[in-house]
Design a protein. Structure first.
Lengths: 570, 343
């Protein structure tokens, strides 16, 4: 009897995202297919991060779909299961409603066409203003009430971030998909075609600028005689070793100044339990070390100029094939599609990564108060409790004991991390093909361009070991490096070919010194594809089993143009 | 001193529209912009008036129309009769000696300037307003007596039936409509055609459209043949060519022009060199900039002169085109985006 009670209590406590815990019976009755968000929730989320994501990414997708009045889809529903996020589409049910939504959609999509830059800029300014507001509070000197208030505001900022995020993403990708369709119709090429890639490549973005600044710091480190020290450092001691070296302190001072500006980002894009660059400069310093290992110049500058030129030539080639009377709208649409890539990268920097850094900053401040008052053992324990529990103890942390909750949740989280979540949860009698069919039929721009992508075409005559779709054109050969999570990025050696499930902006710096990328999943607006194109290296996507079948150190040949991968030493 | 009624083109500009008509004022203005136009002279409306006055013809025509009264307005037959009567009167009334000498003097000066006796010229009407039935053009006119004959014919054309009917309909004086005449050197055309600094079918102002054919420009302007088409991007001057097989051209004969077969070896060759295209665009964009509105211009490439002097202009006017509706592209994109969700 006592045992049953304990289990019952544990189950109640484990509800990290009240109201959105996956309930097999009710949720499969609502929708026959729930997809794991493998890009963001593998490995499993900590409870607090899961609470933020499920609540507000879900809210943002429905907000975005509603603000734009997307004719066929009302965004996505989310559930939380064992640290994983599961999602399913909310489809518009009747044709009559579709027609009604169409009418509003026509008006709502207009600003994206008329003044895309102005629209994006205004939302960006709003977000940056909100971050400034949060940062104003000196968390060490503030009262408990003020720290709690900062946390409450952070929750609102996170909600607003997801509204902006999904509104912009739905609108932007709608234009992108139309451009891809028009290219297919007028030119006979789709978004896996090298010419298509050339058309949308060669634009600067914030993430690339940050990479370049780190490269510039590597040059500075060399001049200051710090190269040797850095080359002989590891992630755990790199900061201390630089600080101890002659000139090292001054160098770190200027590096930290740069991070205070652009270091509001997480080591893992969608989690908050790892330090930001500001707290721990080791990850960007390891990037810097990799630049030194590689030696020579920063290839991005020259490479980008080359791809810009190629883009201009591709534009000419394509416009010549478009009838003069169609060139007006085609050019407008081309420009919009070109902005999609920039948006895809910049939104990660300004929205996800920045907001998550704000969440970590505010949560840790509360964590320190709770730990100081004895409600929890250490500040990091805050990631195992959720806002309602935090509020309970925030003002008077000496009055409450949250340790049992922390202990139970931590144990659960450790369990989640041991067994991977299934990629999809299907109702009995419903199969994967049917599930994919629903995604495609929804016409949901995010489903099409981020979740599903194009399926590889298997060409037996190529005798390839693996097939994929072209995310960035090119052919290369080299040693494989299989990377399963961000903390392994320091292992990547110049000239290797990166094999991963997916990549995110925290992976960007390694793109400048590797030869190619193979990802299990991805579409033309996935991070790997966009960055691969900007760096001019081949990217093969939707290989599905690349991380399973390729081993680090194997020599492989990658022909992204043909969608083929060869393992040369099996 | 008698009032001046003949002017060199270089003396003229936009402000002389009423005096010499649109065509002459335009050619004058073009010389001011530094464009190469064929050398020539303009006979002002005062020439017309003088002829009518000195010969007494003006009075006779005036009283003839007065005698017709309001009946003329009602009957096309009467208008046709009036046209015949007045044109016969003019045909039977030669230019006064002094006037003929004046034209001859100017023609001979033109011959000397171009270094060719019996210089072939074009004699064209130049009204101050566009009027139907008054677009007489005589090409390859040689010799001063032929020139004076054609000048009279241009004047006569103001009494074409259509012109009379038009003036009656608009309530304008019917008994006189002074008109200017342009007498300009015939360019020995290698090729000719038009330049538009706007795509007339869609109002796209980012590109220049050039159309041209071998020989004289008449084949292009009349729309009889499919000319070569060049679209030139205003920003980067990239040329996009749509060449066509040009089977017919208009060429000069001894005393006029005919439509003839283009020699086989020329039919599929572009009628313009790249440098000529770039020169046409350069000038056209200057003119567009000067007037601030898209231009519709006629060009001729001279067979005898070296580049760039061979690029010669005979017309520049505001282009007529279907204006780009400001939101047309955006509307189209909205339609297409909406359609995306209907698949």
């Amino acid at each position: 009897m006592a045992n049953v009670n304990v289990q019952h209590r544990a189950a109640k406590l484990s509800t990290a995202v009240p109201g959105f815990e996956f309930d097999e019976e009710a949720d499969l009755a609502q929708s026959p297919a729930w997809f794991l968000d493998g890009t963001h929730s593998v490995p499993p989320w900590t409870p607090l991060f899961g609470w933020f994501w499920i609540n507000f990414c879900r809210h943002g997708m429905q907000y975005g779909a509603e603000m734009l009045s997307l004719p066929t889809v009302k965004g996505w529903d989310w559930r939380f299961k064992n640290g994983g996020g599961y999602l399913t589409l909310l489809l518009v049910k009747t044709e009559a409603e579709q027609r009604q939504r169409e009418q509003r959609f026509r008006v709502a999509i207009r600003p994206f066409i008329d003044d895309y830059d102005g629209l994006w800029r205004s939302q960006l300014d709003e977000m940056l203003g909100l971050y400034q507001g949060l940062k104003k509070l000196d968390l060490d000197k503030a009262s408990n009430i003020e720290v709690l208030d900062n946390f409450e505001q952070t929750i609102n900022v996170c909600r607003r971030m997801w509204e902006v995020h999904m509104y912009m993403m739905y609108g932007t990708y709608t234009a992108y998909i139309l451009f891809e369709n028009m290219c297919r119709e007028l030119l006979g090429i789709d978004d896996t075609h090298p010419l298509f890639h050339k058309l949308i490549t060669g634009f600067d973005n914030k993430v690339l600028q940050v990479d370049k600044t780190i490269w510039e710091f590597s040059q500075k480190a060399s001049k200051l005689g710090l190269a040797e020290v850095i080359l002989h450092s590891e992630p755990k001691d790199i900061v201390a070793k630089i600080e101890a070296a002659p000139n090292g302190h001054a160098f770190m001072e200027s590096f930290r100044a740069f991070l205070n500006e652009d270091g509001w980002r997480m080591q893992r894009m969608s989690e908050m339990n790892l330090p930001t660059w500001i707290e721990d400069p080791a990850p960007p310093l390891i990037n810097l070390k990799q630049f030194l290992v590689k030696g020579g110049g920063f290839n991005l500058e020259a490479e980008r100029e080359k791809v810009s030129k190629e883009r201009e030539a591709a534009e000419k080639e394509v416009l010549a094939k478009v009838a003069p009377e169609q060139r007006g709208w085609f050019t407008t649409l081309l420009r919009l599609a070109q902005k999609s890539g920039v948006f895809s990268e910049e939104h990660d920097h300004y929205l996800d990564l920045y907001t998550h850094a704000m969440m970590r900053r505010s949560a840790l401040a509360l964590g320190r108060r709770l730990a100081g008052g004895g409600a929890i053992d250490s500040a990091e324990d805050i990631f195992f409790i959720i806002p309602d529990e935090i509020r309970k103890a925030a003002i008077n942390p000496d009055q409450f004991n949250l340790r049992p909750i922390v202990a139970t949740r931590r144990a659960q989280w450790q369990e989640w991390c041991k067994t991977p979540n299934p990629p999809v949860i299907l109702k009995e009698g419903f199969d994967m093909d049917q599930a994919m069919g629903v995604l495609v039929k929804s016409n949901d721009p995010i489903a099409l361009k981020v979740v599903v992508g194009s399926m590889p075409v298997v060409r037996p005559e190529l005798k390839a070991d693996l097939h994929g779709t072209c995310g960035s054109p090119g052919v290369t050969e080299g040693l494989a490096r299989v990377i399963m999570s961000e903390d392994q990025l320091a292992d990547v050696q110049p000239g290797e070919i990166l094999i991963a499930a997916t990549t995110s902006p925290s992976w960007t710096p390694v793109f400048s010194f590797i030869k190619g990328v193979v990802v299990d999943r991805g579409a033309s607006l996935s991070h790997a594809a966009i960055v691969g194109r900007e760096y001019g290296i081949p990217v093969l996507m939707n290989v599905f089993v690349g991380t399973q079948q390729i081993r680090t150190g194997q020599r492989i040949r990658l022909d992204a143009n043909m969608g083929a991968l060869y393992i040369l030493d099996k | 001193m008698a009032k001046k009624w003949i002017y060199a083109l270089e003396e003229l500009g936009q402000e002389h529209l009423e005096l010499v008509g649109k065509k002459c004022a335009n050619l004058g203005e073009m010389t001011k912009l530094g464009m190469r136009v064929p050398p020539g002279f303009a006979i002002s409306v005062d020439g017309f008036e003088k002829y009518m006055q000195v010969t007494g013809l003006g009075k006779r025509i005036e009283s003839y129309f007065a005698s017709q009264g309001d009946e003329l307005k009602k009957s096309i037959q009467r208008q046709m009769d009036a046209s015949r009567v007045v044109k016969d009167l003019i045909a039977a009334t030669p230019l006064p000696e002094a006037m003929a000498e004046e034209i001859e003097k100017n023609y001979e000066a033109l011959c000397r300037r171009c270094g060719e006796a019996e210089l072939p010229v074009a004699v064209r009407s130049s009204g101050s307003v566009s009027m139907p039935g008054q677009m007489e053009t005589y090409l390859y006119v040689r010799g001063s007596s032929e020139v004076t004959r054609r000048v009279l014919e241009v004047w006569e054309s103001t009494f074409n039936t259509r012109a009379i009917a038009f003036r009656l309909e608009k309530g304008m004086p019917v008994d006189k409509a002074p008109i200017g005449v342009a007498v300009i050197k015939m360019v020995n055309a290698k090729s000719a055609g038009v330049v538009l600094t706007v795509v007339p079918t869609n109002g796209d102002e980012d590109n220049v459209v050039i159309e041209g054919n071998w020989g004289l420009g008449e084949s292009v302007v009349s729309g009889d043949i499919t000319p070569d088409n060049f679209i030139v991007n205003k920003a980067n001057l990239d040329i996009e060519r749509k060449l066509s097989k040009k089977t017919k051209w208009v060429v000069a004969t001894g005393n006029g022009t005919i439509k003839a077969d283009v020699p086989l070896h020329l039919q599929e060759m572009p009628c313009l060199e790249d440098e000529e295209i770039r020169e046409l665009v350069r000038i056209a964009l200057n003119v567009e900039k000067h007037f601030g509105v898209p231009q519709d211009m006629e060009w001729v490439v001279d067979r005898d002169l070296p580049f760039p002097e061979n690029v010669i202009w005979v017309q520049a006017r505001q282009a007529k085109y279907i204006p780009k509706r400001k939101d047309a592209d955006a509307d189209y994109l909205v339609d297409q985006m909406t359609r995306l969700f209907r698949r």
